[in-house]
Design a protein around this ligand. Structure first.
Ligand code: PLP
Length: 546
């Protein structure tokens, strides 16, 4: 009998939230990964401490127990997804691996020129594998028209779907829910329309499975993929459902142990489905944790959890809408618990994300592995707050308070830094006639570059600079804003010079800058060591490579 859902009680089942250092934590990043309840963590540890053995191979007691656990989890997974039988469930490392498998295997039997229909809203996991397969098998990628996702009311319109198909469309692969803007897609309606078409429907259910009970038969799709870590399970394991008739026609995509029935020196015979698609040793402890997650969910009132998440999503949007300094990009209708927004004005999304982190509010900043969709919005990196059943209204209130504080703090830090930079002028530097005095002045300019630990990421690293240096570029409307940090005083000075030249310019203005001319006219080319000059140009390259 499912117990009545109470968010505060539910949250207490998660050890991470009970830890002293996390008492103030506001975790709003579940679209990236959920937290795990105690029973899941325990199952992973128990597997190693009580029943660790490899599966399907050895005949001893522990191996039999491990094999039984894997096959029990397969049955539970089939129930979780509403599959007709356990053999329709393939374990993968996650959604990404499952989609790579499908792209590789489904495309291998297509003819050159055949088409795969995708949308702009896909996670990179449901885009890049198809790009790779398209190149390998000379297939064409087609995309739904821009108006379809997210559609005029924020919800993708799926009626008249057949209009988007051609007589060459063989695969349609769509997300059931956008991880970047939260909108859900009526994949059941798409499946119903595709029923008599010679193409199969792949559904990326990574977000959907975390919020709603899934019934692949009701959805009517041919393949459905999801990751356990999004629905309270461990990382390292995901599920692929495939209709039996289709799975049986698919070639394996990886070779190795356990996926064969007979191996000769020059050729082998494949095992039956689903083992045919599970080469090598799986992440067994993760499968043990997945079993615990499925049992856990089967005892939860998922409808009540969904209702609670929906209420939070509405509340989140209504509260964010009241903050003038941000622009809300997502809509609450048909939304799977995600609010996406950008700061208006001078504040950068990245700085705001770090400002929130300082208040112990965890959100995600960037393109959320959905770059084509985020790029199309033309707002640069965005902030994403995502909820799951353990979140409460108090979490949303804390986000709003934190956001207001962070907006104020970041805006004043930005304006201080900008004021310092704005006070610098190339002519002042030029006015120092002798090189030594000009160089000393340039070193002083370095103080305009304040330490920014948050931009010290591998992505922002300037390669080719002797000292550790990071440069972040962010688009704000038509203009580009740069942030720089370096361990070297000289590089900070040179960086300040570069920022004076490039800060707040449009792409066109940047293209027409004569940075090299300024560099030489100031005598830098002549007087600086080659390694310093190279460092300067490495920063230029990092800043201006579009
Ligand atoms: N598809 C969607 C919609 C997602 O949200 C994600 C992860 O965020 C993925 C695919 C990839 O999932 P994973 O990284 O677990 O393979």
């Amino acid at each position: 009998m499912p117990h009545r859902f109470k968010p505060e009680e539910f949250k207490r089942l998660f050890p991470l939230f009970r830890r002293a250092e996390n008492q103030g934590l506001v975790y709003l990043d579940s679209a990236a990964t959920s937290q795990r309840p105690e029973c899941v963590i325990q199952a992973v540890t128990d597997f190693y401490s009580a029943s660790n053995a490899n599966t399907h191979r050895s005949s001893h007691r522990l191996a039999r127990a491990a094999t039984a656990m894997v096959e029990r989890t397969r049955i539970a997974s089939a129930e979780f997804l509403g599959a007709s039988e356990a053999s329709e469930i393939v374990f993968s490392r996650g959604t990404t691996e499952a989609l790579n498998f499908l792209a590789s295997s489904l495309c291998s039997s297509l003819d050159p020129g055949d088409e795969i229909l995708l949308s702009r809203a896909e996670h990179h996991a449901n885009l890049v594998p198809w790009q790779m397969a398209a190149e390998r098998y000379q297939l064409k990628l087609k995309f739904l028209p821009e108006s379809l996702i997210p559609g005029p009311n924020g919800i993708p319109q799926t009626e008249n779907f057949l209009e988007y198909l051609s007589d060459k469309t063989r695969i349609v692969s769509l997300t059931a829910g956008s991880n970047a803007l939260g909108f859900s897609v009526d994949v059941a309606s798409v499946a119903a329309q595709l029923q008599s078409m010679p193409c199969c429907l792949v559904v990326d259910g990574a977000q959907l499975a975390a919020h709603q009970s899934i019934d692949v038969k009701l959805l009517g799709c041919d393949f459905f993929v999801c990751s356990a870590h999004k629905f309270y399970g461990p990382t390292g394991v995901g599920l692929l459902y495939g209709r039996r008739e289709l799975l049986e026609t698919l070639p394996p995509w990886q070779g190795g142990g356990e996926m064969i029935s007979n191996v000769g020196l020059n050729a082998s015979e494949w095992a039956n489905i689903p083992q045919r698609f599970e080469a090598g040793t799986a992440s067994l402890s993760s499968i043990a944790g997945l079993e615990a997650a499925l049992n856990f969910l089967s005892e939860c009132d998922r409808e009540a959890m969904y209702d609670h998440e929906q209420e939070l999503t509405q509340y989140l949007h209504s509260e964010l809408m009241k903050i003038q300094e941000i622009e809300l990009l997502s809509r609450p209708e048909g939304n799977l618990g995600i609010a996406t927004f950008v700061p208006r004005g001078e504040v950068s999304a990245t700085d705001l994300g770090h400002g929130l982190d300082e208040q112990d509010v965890a959100v995600r900043v960037g393109h959320h592995c959905a770059q084509p969709l985020i790029d199309a919005l033309g707002k640069g990196p965005t902030l994403r707050a995502s909820v799951l059943a353990y979140n409460t209204r108090a979490d949303i209130d804390a986000l709003i308070v934190g956001l207001k504080l962070a907006l104020g703090a970041v805006a004043s830090a930005v304006s201080n830094a900008d004021n310092e930079l704005a006070a610098l002028s190339i002519e002042d530097l030029r006015a120092h006639n002798d090189w030594q005095s000009r160089y000393r002045q340039l070193l002083k300019w370095g103080s305009a570059i304040q330490s920014k630990p948050m931009i010290r990421t591998e992505l922002n690293r300037v390669n080719g600079c002797e000292a550790d240096t990071w440069l972040q570029r962010e688009r704000r409307g038509e203009h580009y804003v740069f942030r720089l940090d370096s361990d070297s005083r000289v590089v900070r000075g040179l960086g300040a010079l570069l920022l004076v030249l490039i800060q707040n310019k449009t792409e066109e203005e940047l293209e027409h800058l004569d940075i090299e001319g300024v560099f030489s006219s100031l005598g830098l080319k002549q007087h600086l060591s080659p390694s310093r000059s190279n460092g300067f140009y490495a920063m230029v390259k990092k800043a201006l490579s579009f």
